[in-house]
Design a protein around this ligand. Structure first.
Ligand SMILES: Nc1ncnc2c1ncn2[C@@H]1O[C@H](COP(=O)(O)OP(=O)(O)O)[C@@H](O)[C@H]1O
Ligand SMILES: [Mg+2]
Length: 296
């Protein structure tokens, strides 16, 4: 059975509900990707590697991960930490976010090389994001990158969504250096052009694609909102035009869903182009629904 390991941070999400109440859920970029892939491919084993606390909310998070049919065997618990939290606010149709994640348990997920190697052993693919990297201390980040490099040598496909979030980094130069170091051990990179242009000054999606290819990624798939997805499959370059959406309800997790749709197709030996088409189709459904996790 194919096993895909996602590495990152899942957070408590508090979203406004009726009557001044908040609805509690769980979300986070790599978790969202795992959630969608587990729905698309119930016949594959999807595992999540993260750290949580030993408190009641951490129990609830693990239960929610398990309920999504995502493996929790590689989730480590700490007595002296808990999970991160974010709260969304809606003002005139615009969503904004406030985060409490600075001390979260997931900041330690890369502090043990043996544990990382055990989780990645015999995986078909290992998936992480720039947020996974951003929240690690530099030592953990280096261990994570070496574990990915070994997993790749052992045959795993390493897949990276840069998800550049300057606020999570000490400075932009550190962010850029860490992302390019991770890209150098990745087989697949799924950047979003708007983030990349802001951080690296790329003139167009082709420049983003070339930069990650030169870093060492074999396949690069550049997302660009409603604009065409530019991809390179190791041999040829092409593009796929996203499905036009009649009504954009909530763009949260559009990119995460894209990655899951792409993986579901590509790991089933479909072409990179067919995978991008499937990624766009899933994103279109997700932006037509509210919240990060839309039952598709
Ligand atoms: N305005 C839009 N119209 C149609 N599709 C969109 C739109 N915005 C996003 N998408 C779909 O979601 C995918 C990812 O969106 P993008 O905004 O580039 O990523 P992210 O959510 O990571 O910033 C796109 O490739 C596209 O398929
Ligand atoms: Mg994104």
């Amino acid at each position: 059975m194919k096993r895909i390991v996602f590495v990152g941070e899942c957070m408590v999400e508090m979203a406004p509900a009726d009557g001044g109440l908040y609805r509690m859920g769980f979300a986070g970029d790599t978790f969202n990707m795992a959630w969608y892939l587990a729905r698309l491919r119930p016949d594959w084993r999807v595992d999540y590697l993260t750290d949580v606390g030993s408190d009641a909310v951490s129990d609830d998070m693990i239960a929610a991960i398990a309920a999504a049919r995502i493996g929790t065997e590689h989730i480590r618990r700490h007595d002296d930490a808990t999970v991160g939290l974010y709260l969304t606010s809606l003002h005139e149709g615009e969503r904004s976010f406030a985060y409490w994640r600075g001390q979260s348990a997931a900041r330690r997920l890369a502090d043990d090389e043996t544990r990382l190697a055990a989780a990645m052993a015999r995986a078909e693919a290992v998936v992480l994001s720039g947020i996974t990297l951003a929240i690690q201390p530099s030592e953990g980040r280096n261990w994570l990158i070496s574990a990915l490099s070994r997993a790749r040598q052992d045959g795993a496909k390493v897949c990276l969504d840069p998800n550049l979030r300057p606020a999570l980094w000490a400075d932009a130069a550190e962010m850029r250096a860490a992302l390019m170091a991770a890209a150098a051990v990745s087989d697949v990179v799924w950047p979003s052009f708007s983030d990349e242009a802001a951080a690296f000054g790329d003139a167009d999606p082709a420049a983003t694609l070339e930069r990650y290819r030169k870093a060492g990624a074999r396949e690069v798939i550049v997302k660009n909102g409603g604009e065409p997805v530019l991809f390179h499959d190791g041999t040829t370059t092409g593009s796929v035009t996203p499905v036009p959406v009649a009504k954009m309800v909530d763009s949260t997790a559009a990119g995460d869903a894209f990655n899951a749709g792409w993986l579901a197709a590509r790991l089933a030996r479909k072409s990179c182009e067919a995978a991008a088409t499937q990624g766009c189709a899933l994103s279109a459904k997700v932006i037509a629904g509210r919240g990060a996790l839309v039952p598709v």
